[in-house]
Design a protein around this ligand. Structure first.
Ligand SMILES: C[S@@+](CC[C@H](N)C(=O)[O-])C[C@H]1O[C@@H](n2cnc3c(N)ncnc32)[C@H](O)[C@@H]1O
Length: 280
């Protein structure tokens, strides 16, 4: 059986997104990103990914042809440390992939414990990171005491991030019973049971904030229902679609009265923030 090795890329912080995109283009599911807030040298970023040792040289060659003037090193890793224990998420969170507490290096970030579930949403996927980045761009007052709807909650990661950033109430939905079980467990583990409700179906009310990291086809099929949940002046954050589908997604939501106010992309995935303008 092939062992696992780490490929470590180091470059200037300003090139972080380019480094991440090149790493995700190899098809890896998760990266460890260390910036200067959590121990990288000043002005530098370190991106670490894990591949089977038999694929390492090919992966290294692909990285070298995609990225100029960065350091790329292959490191042996002991079997027990072959997967990342800490996955930084957005600017303020770190997903801890075991039951332990994060070490000193990560203390400036809020720990999220989402381990041990089969549900989607361990924080390592670019679409989750894009949604968290959008949520973190809002001023603190935008979420404080707000009601939030998280559609397709998976492990509950986005619902938990919203609650930890001050939302007074979060309704988190998922069609998958395994995901609902994982989300309830994570909500309980973070002591948020009084503020985050996990359920199967969509509520009828409108929300000032809706987040929905779904899949392209689901977003298009559910555009009407999702748009109907956004209050006038409210925000909808969507991801889970390829960046190349962005125009099609914009069109699907425009039909139901939503306008794009921000777009972002990472590793070939897209994210949009939309609003429903208040009636004149
Ligand atoms: C891409 S995962 C996102 C998980 C998590 N929110 C995150 O950002 O990492 C999408 C989730 O949506 C759920 N899902 C798919 N279709 C859905 C629908 N129509 N309504 C609610 N949830 C849905 C899936 O079961 C899955 O857990």
């Amino acid at each position: 059986m092939s062992s696992i090795v780490a490929i470590v890329i180091e470059g200037p912080s300003a090139r972080r997104e380019e480094l991440e995109e090149a790493a995700y283009a190899l098809g890896v599911q998760g990266l460890e990103i260390v910036d200067e807030d959590v121990g990288a040298p000043r002005g530098r970023v370190v991106v670490r990914l894990w591949v089977p040792s038999g694929d390492a040289r090919r992966a290294e060659r692909r990285l070298r042809s995609a990225l100029s003037s960065v350091s790329i090193v292959i490191e042996e890793v002991a079997p027990m440390t072959s997967a990342p224990r800490h996955v930084p998420l957005g600017r303020g969170f770190v997903v801890v992939t075991d039951a332990g507490e994060p070490g000193a290096r990560w203390r400036a970030r809020t720990a999220l414990h989402l381990a041990g579930s089969e549900a989607f949403g361990d924080g390592a996927h670019p679409t989750t990171a894009l949604c968290v980045a959008a949520i973190e761009r809002w001023p603190a007052r935008a979420l404080r005491r707000a009601s939030v709807l998280d559609v397709g909650t998976g492990t509950g990661v986005l619902a938990i991030v919203c609650a930890l950033r001050g939302a007074s109430r979060v309704i988190a939905t998922d069609v998958d019973p395994l995901a609902r079980r994982a989300a309830r467990e994570a909500v309980r583990r973070h002591g948020l049971g009084d503020r985050v409700i996990v359920r199967a179906g969509m509520p009828r009310e409108r929300f000032p904030i809706v987040v929905a990291n779904l899949y392209r086809d689901v977003l298009i099929a559910e555009a009407r229902g999702l748009a109907a949940r956004v209050a006038p002046g409210g925000r909808l954050v969507i991801s889970g679609f390829a960046a190349s589908s962005s125009r099609e997604i914009t069109g699907a939501f425009a039909t139901h009265g939503l306008r794009v106010v921000a777009r972002s992309r990472r590793g070939g995935w897209g994210c949009q923030e939309l609003t429903r303008d208040p009636a004149p």
